[in-house]
Design a protein around this ligand. Structure first.
Ligand code: COA
Ligand code: AMP
Length: 630
């Protein structure tokens, strides 16, 4: 069926469409109904069904002839090692780890935090939770102890699964001090931590709290799959919002299994048995959906990659892995391709490998700039598909459904709405705008299966963040427009979220950290254009009266504070001390104007600006670090 026919089929009868898609999943009790309207704009999917996520990702393949097929290929150019795990082996590992968790008293509904690098055990951990109905919350390894502590307090985990270390090029990231620091800081204390000792750095275990992962796993009785309700939370994944407190996106079990399974063929065009690779991290939604659950549920082999696009050891790593492991669909962030392009502009490394197995490159996580897309198209001689989604949606909202149809690619657009997504462009008052006009991107409720039903313990915040601006719609936080053919163009965020190397970060969170500096009276953080990372944060701080220390010293302390409190992933490297910040007469900081100045773009002088002279001071400050037209 063509894309148009599929989209129409969904639009005409969403209930039938999603019940039909549910046929791709194995149920303990199949759904009799797809959508459950909980009133007041809250919806759930497949709530009357019973299912198990781990069974669908692992056991059913063992039972259905895929026992000896590879489930996971771990390729770590950082350690120079590879590991291949079949579905049968995965079942053994995961059921024992789940047994080890049960032995520690973890049961259905308990939360478990996973703080892990890119090793297969991170996938084991997620699946072990799913097996026993525990709700996992993976925290990205590049976050500092403070961020981990915030998440511990929000989801109150019974257990934490962590490794002794992660590996960044040239640097061993010791996890144990971060974990201990976070647990010290947090009010909630987990009962137990399972620690995976990696040979690159072994750590001391805290008596009475920590246990050795491998010993516990080996000693455990394998656990069976525990049936859960369709609306049982599979996981909580924290993502950046406007304030410093991250939002705990909840994912219900059944919807995410059905929707991810649907996308594997229709969007990513892989058949069961094919190798699929998403070069991301388990700490992000891409890792949840397309390193762990999506490919495994669909019977694909997934590649778990511990490395970087460049420098581990060179800009040919992606292409080496694609050839060596026979990757059919490859997914990464545009920033990774920009990094490769910068090192290897002529694509010499690409020529060294046989990429005939590769069908297409998929890009998401940030805007795919035309230069990068064109470079990849030319050098790879393969289709390059941009697609648009968010942590909240869990899978593509707008994509080029290559497994369904042969739609043209329009560079600069992630293509068309996927079934389930009735996308509208609205003006500030919520009125629909004509095609080709820029506005807020909103989605008519209900959102489809697999999308967030709420925020963890924060229904009010869920409503305020997503449902109140445009009643009857989900507010995506992105602005853009749609053309006459229904192709969407994503132009900007409408909030204070920035996107640094495909990582979603909150400038508000960074401002909270800077404001905590004893000498800082006032501050603003904005995302300026960065040729590699898309955006880079720059902080402006005004000092308290009477502070008389060298500005460089204070700026360096600000940089260190953000790294220590949010983490290296914030990539916060520039703080500027300025006398004043540009504001409107009502006191609102003119962040958007500051970004335009930094990017040396034309801007209209805001009519309500308090003192236009400040803008030149801001430009002068930015010029000292190479922005603002220098
Ligand atoms: N644990 C600890 N530290 C981490 C980390 C992790 N899991 N991931 C990143 N960091 C650190 C990096 O080492 C770096 O530290 P530094 O300031 O000491 O150099 C810092 O966080 C910033 O990381 P990053 O922004 O990723 O920059 P980079 O220079 O290391 O790499 C790219 C740049 C473009 C190669 C890299 O960002 C990349 O591969 N991006 C792909 C994007 C992606 O996977 N996005 C996920 C959504 S699809
Ligand atoms: P995250 O929740 O980390 O996946 O970030 C989601 C946000 O990243 C979106 O709301 C967009 O702002 C941005 N984003 C993701 N994919 C794209 C894309 N293909 N084009 C433009 N922006 C994107």
């Amino acid at each position: 069926m063509s894309y148009r026919a599929t989209f129409e089929a969904w639009k005409n009868d969403p209930e039938a469409f999603w019940l039909n898609a549910a046929g791709g999943i194995d149920w303990i009790e199949p759904p009799r109904k797809a959508l459950f309207d909980r009133g007041a704009d809250l919806y759930e999917w497949y709530a009357d069904a019973r299912v198990n996520g781990c069974y669908n990702a692992v056991d059913r393949h063992v039972e259905n002839g895929r026992a000896d097929q590879l489930a996971i290929i771990h390729d770590s150019p950082i350690t120079g090692t590879q590991q291949k795990i079949t579905f049968a082996e995965l079942q053994d590992r995961v059921s024992k780890l789940a047994g080890a968790l049960q032995a520690q008293g973890v049961t259905k509904g308990d939360r478990v935090i996973i703080y892990m690098p890119m090793v297969p055990e991170a996938i084991d951990a997620m699946l072990a939770c799913a097996r026993i109905g525990a709700v996992h919350s993976v925290v990205f390894g590049g976050f500092a102890a403070n961020e981990l502590a915030v998440r511990i307090d929000d989801c109150a985990p019974k257990a934490i699964l962590a490794a002794s270390c992660g590996l960044e090029p040239g640097r061993v990231v010791e996890y144990k001090p971060l974990l201990d620091g976070a647990i010290d800081m947090a009010k909630h204390k987990p009962e137990v931590c399972l620690i995976l000792q990696r040979e690159q750095h072994r750590c001391d275990l805290t008596p009475g709290r920590d246990i050795d992962w491998t010993t516990a796993q080996e000693a455990a009785e394998p656990a069976d799959c525990v049936p859960v309700e369709g609306n049982h939370p599979a996981y909580i994944l924290y993502t950046s919002g406007t304030t410093g407190a991250p939002k705990g996106v909840v994912r219900h079990t059944a919807g995410h299994l059905v929707a991810l399974n649907w996308t594997m063929k229709n969007v990513y065009n892989v058949d069961p048995g094919d190798v699929f690779w998403a070069a991301s991290d388990v700490g992000w939604v891409v890792g949840h959906s397309y390193i762990c659950y999506g490919p495994l549920v669909h019977g694909n082999t997934t590649v778990v990659f511990e490395g970087k696009p460049v420098g581990t050891p060179d800009a040919g790593t992606f292409w080496r892995i694609i050839e060596e492991h026979n990757v059919r669909s490859f997914f990464t962030a545009p920033t990774a391709i920009r990094a490769v392009k910068r090192e290897d502009p002529k694509g010499e490394f690409i020529k060294k490998y046989d990429l005939s197995c590769l069908r297409a490159l998929y890009l998401a996580g940030e805007r795919a700039d035309p230069d990068t897309v064109i470079w990849a198209q030319e050098k790879l001689a393969k289709p390059v598909f941009d697609h648009w989604w968010q942590t909240e949606s869990g899978y593509p909202m707008v994509a080029n459904p290559a497994g369904l149809d042969d739609l043209p690619v329009k560079i600069g657009s992630p293509s068309v709405a996927m079934p389930g997504y009735d996308i509208r462009i609205l003006d500030e008052s919520g009125k629909e705008l004509p095609r080709g006009t820029l506005g807020a991107i909103a989605i008519k409720l209900p959102l489809p299966p697999g999308t967030l039903p709420t925020l963890w313990n924060a229904e009010d915040r869920f409503r305020k963040s997503y449902l109140t601006t445009f009643p009857g719609y989900y507010e995506t936080g992105d602005a853009g427009m749609m053309d006459e053919d229904g192709y969407l163009y994503i132009m900007a965020r409408t909030d204070d979220v920035i996107n640094v190397a495909g990582h979603r970060l909150s400038t508000g969170a960074m401002e909270e950290v800077l404001a905590g500096h004893p000498d800082v009276a006032e501050c603003a953080v904005v995302g300026v254009s960065d040729p590699l990372k898309g955006q880079a944060p720059v902080g402006f701080v005004c000092l308290s009266k009477g502070v008389n220390r060298p500005h460089e010293e204070i700026a360096a302390e600000c940089v260190k504070r953000v790294r220590d409190q949010i983490g290296p992933v914030a990539a916060f490297k520039q703080a500027l001390v300025v006398d004043r910040l540009p504001k409107t007469r009502s006191g609102k900081i003119l962040r958007a104007t500051m970004v335009k100045i930094a990017d040396n773009e034309e801007f209209r002088l805001p009519a309500t600006i308090d003192d236009p002279a400040i803008l030149e001071e801001i430009r002068a400050a930015l010029q000292t670090i190479g922005y603002g037209g220098r």
